[in-house]
Design a protein around this ligand. Sequence first.
Ligand code: ZN
Length: 321
Amino acid sequence: MEKQEWLLGIDLGGTTVKLAFVNKEGTIVEKWEIPTNLVDNGIHIVSEIASSVKEKMGKWPKAALVAAGMGAPGPVDFETGSIYVAVNIGWRNYPLKSRLERELGIPVVVDNDANMASYGEFWKGTGEGTNDLVCITLGTGVGGGIIANQELVHGVSGAGGELGHITVIPEGGASCNCGKTGCIETIASATGIVRLTLEEINKKPESLIANRYRDQGLITSKDLFECVEEHDEASAAVLDKVAKYLGLTAAHVGNCLNPDKIVFGGGVSRAGEVLLSPVRAYFQQYAFPRVAESTSLECASLGNDAGVIGAAGLAYKQYGN
Ligand code: ZN
């Protein structure tokens, strides 16, 4: 009897490795996680992934893995599958693709995690059926991915689609993890939103958000969106600033590419329309009119599964036929 052919999707993070068996229709058959072993600059990660995969496959005698994809947190040489540098993991010029292929015995495609998540939304999420798609992931940082004519854009040194580091405040902006200042990441990431919220709390100590901060001893981007919904003016001012610069970023990217959709993912995007509708308004104001009419702004739909689904999808595209 012929075996069912599956793809393996892997999404490497600083604390956990997400893994999934995905069928050729893009449906997850089984997913699980293992801890990311950072000991010895991450040299045990690949062998631990391989043994975990072999153990899980033991339960599925009627299935076979045909290829794997892996997203890693750092710029990737897409041709060779080497990681230039992954600071959180300890890798530098690490030959991830060849190590994984040796351990797993199947072809592997490697890309950075934001590109993989974007490809997931393109294959099976909000971007399904589009030709040109941009994803902006609003998490601890701001990641991005560009799909043009159904292909991920990598650029000359693997830094294509680094949308989080588009400068929106040319002078006097906050410091960014990339070494610059004033990047959209310093405004629209969860960390950036908290920073702006704390600034506003200092200015408006009697506001609802300030009271909440005093009660809880800390504040999150989720608190900010909740206070906006309760009509807190201080919170609305923060949201307006975030939406303005995010709308400006989307307009720049939209003018460059005129994609079918610009999709917002990551934890911050769970705010949904509270965030998206003011971003759309600024996008309408700043984008070239024909772009504003034809490119839509939407929320991502795959949540935390986008990375493993995208990695599997890219493996299928490269090696599946
Ligand atoms: Zn930056």
